[in-house]
Design a protein around this ligand. Structure first.
Ligand code: TRP
Length: 361
């Protein structure tokens, strides 16, 4: 069986380092591993509209930002198909049939949707489209017969729901859809990178993100202002490493060679952590190190972005070509789905013959 990747992001803002360690970096590695027959990367504009109906301009503006972020991280349009969700109408059709396989109470139990509803203060005014986006996400995944979906931890409930839909569909209509597997980053720190203010989630509205497109200066300022252990007042004080965002970021980004390069008095992160815990290691020193580490990672991304920014029409062309290719794949799946459901009446010679006989006898 071919191995196919599908994943994507809502274009509601630029992508940040949380997206990067949580999923993007891994996608680029998977793309370059040569182990996958197809890689589809979706800019999920239709999903973004499910809670931005009154602000389509936001979504429209951010499509190119996300595309630039993708390309500058190393997603290569020769190896991966980059597509825009709304340009694949087959996804809506699939969703419409999948909706019959999911109960309202099952959707209500989806923990990610639950917390999003709370965060957005939707309560009694949840848009139906938003409420049902896990179903549309199942369409995204199954339309491409994805076997592997690399995502952040918050997407686990969507994958569970997708699998249930696949099983239900296949059990009613016969083996048609492929059950996907989720792929999470193996590094715990990458699963949920906190904001620079120490809050659990990096989010544009909290103004606590380091963006992939931030200038070197902005990144440095953000890192030097990062929240650390609030009780670590003097350098000599013992400090806390657990839950300290500076150390979580180091866990996510730092590798042994960084010590040789930027902080040779320590052999590795464990030694640095031990010193901080003991006391006698100042936050400024640790932050400066973190800054070096992150700058080294982001610099090539920034450079590539500058190059891609020079020819924006070419990026739209990449997205157009990718969407066209994706639509062909989705159309094939939709046709298989309709055959399985036996709603492909005009292609069903047997049905037509049967009905003809029934009325003749
Ligand atoms: N829900 C994802 C997010 O919020 C975006 C997304 C849409 C997606 N369709 C997908 C992710 C399919 C993985 C697979 O970022």
């Amino acid at each position: 069986m071919s191995k196919i990747i599908l994943t994507g992001d809502r274009p509601t803002g630029k992508l940040h380092v949380g997206h990067y360690v949580g999923s993007l970096k891994g996608r680029v590695q998977l793309q370059n591993s040569g182990k996958y027959d197809e890689v589809f990367i979706m800019i999920a504009d239709a999903q973004a509209l499910t809670d931005n109906a009154d602000n389509p301009e936001k979504v429209r503006q951010n499509i190119i930002e996300v595309a630039l972020d993708y390309l500058s991280c190393g997603l290569d349009p020769v190896k991966s198909t980059l597509l825009i969700q709304s340009q694949i109408p087959e996804l809506c059709e699939l969703s419409f049939y999948y909706m019959n396989l999911v109960t309202v109470s099952r959707l209500q139990r989806n923990p990610t949707v639950k917390s999003e509803i709370q965060m957005r203060n939707f309560e009694a005014s949840i848009p139906v489209g938003f409420f049902t986006y896990p179903i549309s996400q199942a369409a995204d995944i199954t339309a491409f017969k994805a076997t592997t979906v690399p995502v952040g931890e918050d997407q686990l409930p969507m994958l569970e729901q997708t699998k249930e839909i696949v099983r239900k569909f296949n059990s009613i209509y016969g083996e048609t859809l492929v059950e996907p597997e989720v792929l999470l980053p193996s590094n715990q720190a990458c699963l949920r990178l906190p904001g620079i203010d120490g809050k659990a989630k990096m989010s544009k509205s909290l103004n606590n993100c380091i963006y992939l497109s931030d200038s070197a200066d902005d990144v440095k300022k953000k890192i030097m202002n990062m929240f650390t252990d609030p009780n670590h007042l003097k350098v000599s004080d013992p400090g806390k490493v657990d839950g300290n965002p500076v150390f979580i970021y180091l866990d996510a980004f730092c590798q042994e060679h960084h010590f040789e390069e930027f902080l040779p008095e320590y052999a590795n992160l464990d030694e640095l952590k031990a010193h901080y815990t003991r006391g006698g290691l100042g936050d400024v020193k640790v932050k400066r190190f973190l800054n070096e580490v992150i700058q080294e990672e982001l610099e090539p991304i920034r450079k590539r972005r500058k190059e891609y920014e020079k020819d924006i029409p070419a990026i739209y062309e990449i997205l157009k070509k990718g969407s066209e290719k994706a639509e062909e794949v989705a159309a094939k799946t939709l046709s298989e789905v309709k055959s399985a459901m036996k709603i492909n009446y005009f292609d069903d010679a047997e049905l037509i013959r049967e009905q003809a006989e029934r009325f003749q006898s």
